[in-house]
Every structure is written in structure tokens, then in C-alpha cells.
Design a protein around this ligand. Structure first.
Ligand code: NDP
Length: 275
């Protein structure tokens, strides 16, 4: 019997997670089945309990259930507690363990796949929602020279910065305050592109050769990548690598073996382009 895993979300039809984990399993010789499961908006906890009771070993959690997943766990990893959200569940005899692998996935994509070390760099994080919250502690652990977080709703940026004050200094403000900052790495963790909105990015945001990283991804360049290029970013990347790397982190937790991500990322990129 294969061990069973799934991803819960609503909607879930377009999830790439089953394709990613099927490739990881084949590559590492792990006997598992991974499926996408639509959870009702008012029935996430029940769906999780039923899956675990039926023998499910673990699950990923995506929009809009990450905060609810955080609340239903019996135990939390430090990084999940920091993030206030859970994207990975592991079911065991001692209950449900919640983890958050999004921030680690982001860091691995930037530092390992793209080869941009954050130590000593000036980093800006745009947005103060769930994805930004999960990224903050891992970003600080990479020892940047400075970290600034900007959000339309400034109070949310300030709240996030205060939440990691014990780990390091984070400057919080609006987008205008980033003007002239000359950041080496600018990470878009807003959902502006989803609604087709451009961000109020100020002049002088990018240092020469800077990396513009969009957590969003799509078949071509995202709106943020286009905008960043026009403002002088040296290099642009989308969040497909983050998606694959957060999945790899979950796979490590569940199976104790780290899959190779480069080929899976390349295959996924080709699938996305052909869709
Ligand atoms: P949330 O809904 O929690 O947060 C949304 C953020 O975007 C808030 O800071 C909000 O600002 C800001 N925002 C929304 N619309 C606009 C706009 N028009 N202009 C400027 N700012 C705007 O979303 P998440 O944090 O969960 O997700 C953010 C992005 O990250 C999404 O695109 C998501 O797809 C992506 N993501 C990618 C992952 C990956 O693996 N690649 C993993 C997780 C997320 P305000 O607070 O002022 O409303």
C-alpha cells in the first residue's frame, strides 16, 4: 500500500503540487500517492481529520486555509509559529504537526537555484500578507546588510517587523519610503499581479544588477517582473522555483530524503509554458 498525501485548497484544480510530488517520489523511489483535494470553505478541519483518519500521512495546505491549518495543529515547528501559518501537515500518533516551508523554499530558490547570496545585501520585501510573514525570519537568518518591508497598509508592515524584532532590525513603511534605497534584492510578496495592478515602485529602488524576485509565477514574465525590468533591475525571476523548493522541504519532512529539484523545476517550467 502506498502512503497517501494530498494538498488541500479552494480552489485547487490548478495546483502543481501533485505533479511535483509525483516526480519527487519517482526520482527517490518512495512509494507514495499525492492528490489534490478541494476542501469546502467551511469544512477544512473536517476534511483534514477525515483524510488523517483514512490513513493519510501528511498534507500540504494552500489558499485560503494556511491560517486555519495553523490553528488546528497539536504541535508547530518554530518556523510555522513565526509565520503564523502552516503549509505542511504531518499526521502521527501524537497528533498533527504543522510546519511552514514557504520561507525556506524562497531562500533556497534565491540562494541555491539563482545563486544570489543574501548575506551583506540590501533586501526589500514588498507586501505584508501571509507570504511576507513566512519569509521574514528566514530572510533575517540569511544575514542581509539591511531588510526593509513595504506595504500599502503601513500598519501591517510595522506589525510584521515588530514580530521579528528579536531576530534583527527591519525597517517598515510604505512604498514611497523605498525611494533611492538601491536594493540588491527586491522580493514581491504582494498579490497585486493577481488583480492586474502595478505596484507604486519608486525611482532608485534597484541597485545596478539587482535581482527582482516575484513570488507569483505564470507562463511568461509577471507584471512585477516587467515593471522591475523597466526600472532597471538587472535580473528577474518568478516564484515557480519557490513553489518547487517549498515542496521539496515538505518532502524532506515526510520522507527523510531530499529530492533533486532542478529537473523537476525545468519540467514544470515547460508544462507551464505549454499550458
Ligand atoms: P495575502 O492576501 O496574505 O497578502 C496580500 C498582500 O498583497 C498584502 O500585503 C496586500 O497589501 C498586498 N496587495 C494586494 N493587492 C495589492 C495592490 N493592488 N497593490 C499593492 N499591494 C497589494 O497573500 P499572500 O501573502 O498569501 O500571497 C502573496 C503572493 O505570494 C501571491 O501572489 C501568492 O500567489 C504568492 N505566493 C507564492 C508562493 C510560491 O510558492 N511561489 C507561496 C505563497 C504565496 P495590504 O495589506 O495593504 O492589503
Amino acid at each position: 500500500m502506498s502512503d497517501r498525501y494530498c494538498v488541500f485548497g479552494n480552489p485547487i484544480g490548478h495546483s502543481k503540487s501533485p505533479a511535483i510530488h509525483a516526480r519527487f517520489a519517482a526520482q527517490t523511489g518512495q512509494n507514495l500517492l499525492y492528490e489534490a483535494r478541494l476542501a469546502p470553505l467551511d469544512g477544512f478541519a473536517t476534511a483534514v481529520r477525515e483524510f488523517a483518519a483514512a490513513g493519510g500521512k501528511g498534507a500540504n495546505v494552500t489558499v485560503p486555509f494556511k491560517e486555519e491549518a495553523f490553528r488546528l495543529c497539536d504541535r508547530l515547528s518554530d518556523r510555522a509559529r513565526r509565520a503564523g501559518a502552516v503549509n505542511t501537515l504531518q499526521f502521527g500518533e501524537d497528533g498533527v504537526l504543522g510546519d511552514n516551508t514557504d520561507g525556506a523554499g524562497l531562500l533556497r530558490d534565491i540562494e541555491h537555484n539563482l545563486g544570489v547570496k543574501l548575506e551583506g545585501k540590501r533586501v526589500a520585501l514588498l507586501g505584508a500578507g501571509g507570504a511576507a510573514r513566512g519569509a521574514l525570519a528566514p530572510l533575517l537568518a540569511a544575514r542581509p546588510q539591511s531588510l526593509a518591508i513595504a506595504n500599502i497598509t503601513v500598519a501591517k508592515a510595522e506589525e510584521l517587523a515588530a514580530g521579528v524584532a528579536d531576530l534583527g532590525a527591519v525597517a517598515a513603511g510604505g512604498f514611497a519610503e523605498l525611494a533611492g534605497g538601491r536594493f540588491d534584492v527586491v522580493i514581491n510578496a504582494t498579490s497585486a499581479s493577481l488583480s492586474g495592478d502595478t505596484l507604486p515602485l519608486p525611482e532608485g529602488l534597484f541597485a545596478p544588477g539587482a535581482l527582482a524576485y516575484d513570488m507569483m509565477y505564470g507562463p511568461g514574465e509577471t507584471l512585477f517582473m516587467e515593471q522591475a525590468r523597466q526600472l532597471g533591475a538587472g535580473r528577474c525571476a518568478d516564484g515557480l522555483g519557490m513553489l518547487v523548493e517549498q515542496a521539496a522541504e515538505a518532502f524532506v519532512l515526510w520522507r527523510g530524503v531530499r529530492p533533486q529539484t532542478a529537473t523537476v523545476l525545468a519540467e514544470l517550467r515547460a508544462l507551464l509554458a505549454a499550458a
